[in-house]
Design a protein around this ligand. Sequence first.
Ligand SMILES: Nc1nc2c(ncn2[C@@H]2O[C@H](COP(=O)(O)OP(=O)(O)OP(=O)(O)O)[C@@H](O)[C@H]2O)c(=O)[nH]1
Ligand SMILES: [Mg+2]
Length: 683
Amino acid sequence: MAIDISKIRNVAFIGHSGEGKTTLSEAFLFNAKVIDRQGRVDDGNTVMDFTPEEIAKKSSISLAVASATFSDGYKFNIIDVPGFFDFEGEMYQALSACDAAVIVTSASGNLSVGTENAIDCCIELQKPCMIFISGLDKENSTFHRTCEAIRAKYPKLVASFFIPSVVNEKIIGFVSVSSGKYYSLSGENLGEMPEHIKPKYEREFNELSEVAAENDEVLLDTYIERALTMEELEKGINIGMKTCGCIPVVGGSGLQNQCVMYLRDKMIALFPSPKDARKPVALSGDDYVEIDCDPNGPVVLHVFKTIVDPFFGKLSVFKVLSGTLKAGMTLHNMGNDQDEKISAIYSVRGKKQDPVSELCAGDIGAVNKLDDIRTGDTLCGDGIRVKLDPIKKPSFVYSMAVYAEKRGEEDKIFQGLRKLREEDTCFSVTKNEETGEMILSGVGETQLDLLCKKLKSKYGCSAVLKEPKIAYRETIKRRAEAEGKHKKQGGGAGQYGVCSVRFEPGAEDGIYEFVDAVVGGAVPKQFIPAVDKGLREAILHGVLAGYPMVNLKCTLFDGKSHPVDSKEVAFVSAAKLAYADGIPKASPVILEPIMAIEIIVPQEYLGDVMGDMNKRRGRILGTSVSGNKQIIEAEVPHSEILRYATDLRSMTQGRGKYSTRFERYEEVPQMYVAKIVEDSKKD
Ligand SMILES: Nc1nc2c(ncn2[C@@H]2O[C@H](COP(=O)(O)OP(=O)(O)OP(=O)(O)O)[C@@H](O)[C@H]2O)c(=O)[nH]1
Ligand SMILES: [Mg+2]
């Protein structure tokens, strides 16, 4: 049956961890009769949390998709997004496919960080959104205080569409602020609203009118003069929805399936269909073009998620941006310039897939076993070649060195991580050439630990994470001279070479400079390169802790030779001896990498974060204001911020963000040298 695009809603459920997104998804799917029993996260039997890791953790780890068509023909593609900070990338992937978002928050009376981040993200991306205050069945829940806490932070944007009717501290029904109708928790119209709600209704209606009016100048003028009509109210809300100028708040309980159908109706009324949503833009040649959600247009798919299932293989989940995708079509993957034959198409329901013959523009589905398709790829049919920009990712600020528990399994781990990167694009594996370590960088500790668990369960190899080695370096601060003498004589062929070298700070290239200042052939011409070679080899290891030596100028100014026994090896060795003798006399020091760091925190954490930076030997370069956030620019030794991702999160309850880049090397203060030397010996 052909689907009416205007009846499709692609919606991401986002927000703080543990506040009810997966539970709400379950109620939603139950109401659409996609499942005949509502599972529970705590029982590990929900549609959306289906991986063994999610079931064990009782919390979502990666986004999950389920399509649900209600009997009235409305088709919802729900994307349940994990709320935990480390999985922020999943939210961006989900929002790249969804035309709107429901931000699920618990009725605790507070504005949680995850709720705030989700609202900010929707505002930034201009995604229409709505807030669902969940858990109203719980004893101490408070819709009112939670709504007020959100409203306090986002005045003139947030408007309640929902007034609970409470009797004996229990919610028995609610009034819809936009229509004034009174409903039971299961959605039956109960007629006239109770008398005691009327004053509250008046207040909320005015609040809603104000929010609506703020979105249009004419409406605002009207609102100042008189109350808005229902029509005007709707107009203001509709304009506001498009730009997050109106964020409706509704409530209910996912677990008890209360008011979930009201939420559904509001999603239908207030969220755009893919046709009415902001058009995606993509690069066509050198220009960006808008892509029309036209089922008769050329086919364009955008892959926003990859799931690697042990039974089903690789599943690439996409949104059809344009055209109608039919099984058997060949599409061109703009990611790798290859053609792919799409033999089968599926509609997704958590871990289950239902074959479908076609998917029209605006809809979401999946293809399987196409190994070369990656998250973020754009696939195009005949007559069009466009490419969407990469999906936004959080910064990979948390890095650990990854080792194989068993020697010889390094390659298995590397290959395993490569596979895991198909599913989780928010980490990288690089080799630090200087320290020789394999570095795993991601968003946070939980994510990296989880990757290790998956390496074990999926690929049978055990990885161990360690704090990465710091790429220290060594140099000298003073000038010193030394003689190196290599002498092996008596019995057979002898070896003889002596060289006098002056060591001083300052090399032209910042690392090493060799100057030949020998006069009168004290070191014969043909052996001078041997001295250079010996020194080049020597500087790979400093004399203090064995880190590479930098900024060293070596002047060969004298030496001795023997007509028969002088050989290249003798001068190579003599140079190394001169180095070993000379450098300790030249005030050697250890240098440490200094990182430039930019930290963004809400004003209230500024003092704590700056104080903490000082304790880490950080230097604050300046602070500035951006919206309601403070930006701190500082420089800090790399060794002091190895776990900063975790520390900043706990300092700011997850509200702080930061990024770093290598700035320069600086001398390590004397008091830390002994520890570095000791650690290097252990290695
Ligand atoms: N009483 C009650 N409990 C709820 C409700 N919604 C969720 N819970 C419980 O809260 C816990 C977390 O719910 P989830 O649905 O997993 O929360 P989530 O938002 O998906 O969490 P993450 O996946 O970690 O982001 C579970 O124990 C749920 O049973 C609700 O409406 N009422
Ligand atoms: Mg969840």
